[in-house]
Design a protein around this ligand. Structure first.
Ligand code: HEC
Length: 243
């Protein structure tokens, strides 16, 4: 029985990986660390500055984010409040949904849960896989999300990439890799690092309570350790009379 189950599981693996990725494109791994506050703060800054113009994260309030990431209300007000008036506001996109739909053909989706609906690796690879495509209305395409309606908003950082495709034995075009046509203001390593910070922040955004849970978790473990001593002493006390 066990063997049969293992076999079934192994047989379904290719289907599982195909269902989660973008048309068989290899996703790059990303080091997520919700304990890295500096990385989360950098990610928050990128998100607020470059994504909130079109996308919302409408389950999150600015002051909650500030509190979680250790950013004071003054700093939130000065540096992160472009799209709202009050620190208690929800993180709503600047551009009304109807206008965005008119501009791009599709309304930019709310990004609160994107790293849970997709995967952190998907998001990280997506943000690094935009390439120039003269046939697309925005001038951009993406190997992870073919014919995406989103333009590459960070191209000044990353530069312009060209995607190289090669025909395989069956005449099907297979993605080979990227070639940098015009460098951006960041090196590849710097851009990857910035996208890792952004992915880290998106993972936090998908489940903000995780940070609180980690903190409480440590106290719970300390409590259990102390409790164990008392429980042990109590057990000894009870069993003394039985023996
Ligand atoms: C100019 C408007 C605009 C900006 C700015 C923008 N996006 Fe988008 N984005 C879009 C549109 C439009 C789509 C929908 C694409 C589609 O469905 O073809 C999209 C789709 C996405 C998706 C895919 C969502 C999904 O699951 O289908 C992700 C992820 C994403 N954007 C991330 C970002 C991030 C991160 C930023 C900031 C660095 C950003 N976007 C900035 C317009 C924008």
């Amino acid at each position: 029985m066990k063997k049969l189950l293992t076999l079934l599981f192994l047989a379904s693996l290719p289907a599982l990986t195909l269902a989660s990725g973008g048309e068989g494109i290899k996703l790059d791994s990303v080091n997520i660390d919700l304990g890295d506050k500096v990385s989360l703060q950098r990610g928050a800054r990128i998100f607020v500055n470059y994504c909130l113009s079109c996308h919302s994260a409408s389950y999150m309030r600015y002051n909650r984010m500030g509190h979680d990431l250790g950013i004071s209300e003054e700093l939130v007000k000065e540096n992160l409040l472009f799209a709202a008036d009050k620190v208690g506001d929800l993180m709503k996109a600047v551009m009304p949904k109807e206008d965005a739909k008119l501009w791009f053909g599709v309304a930019p989706p709310d990004l609160s849960l994107v790293t849970r609906a997709r995967k952190p690796e998907w998001f990280y690879t997506y943000m690094r896989s935009f390439y120039r495509d003269t046939k697309s209305p925005s001038g951009w395409n993406n190997t992870v999300f073919p014919h995406v309606a989103m333009p590459h908003v960070l191209y000044e950082w990353q530069g312009d990439q060209r995607a190289v495709f090669k025909k395989d034995a069956h005449g099907v075009e297979v993605f080979e890799g990227f070639e940098l046509e015009r460098p951006g203001t960041m090196s590849k390593e710097k851009y990857d690092e910035a996208m890792r910070d952004l992915t880290n922040f998106m993972v936090y955004l998908g489940e903000p309570a995780k940070l609180v849970r980690y903190r409480i978790g440590i106290y719970v473990l300390i409590f259990l350790a102390v409790f164990l001593v008392f429980a042990y002493l109590l057990k000894k006390e009870y069993w003394k009379d039985v023996h």
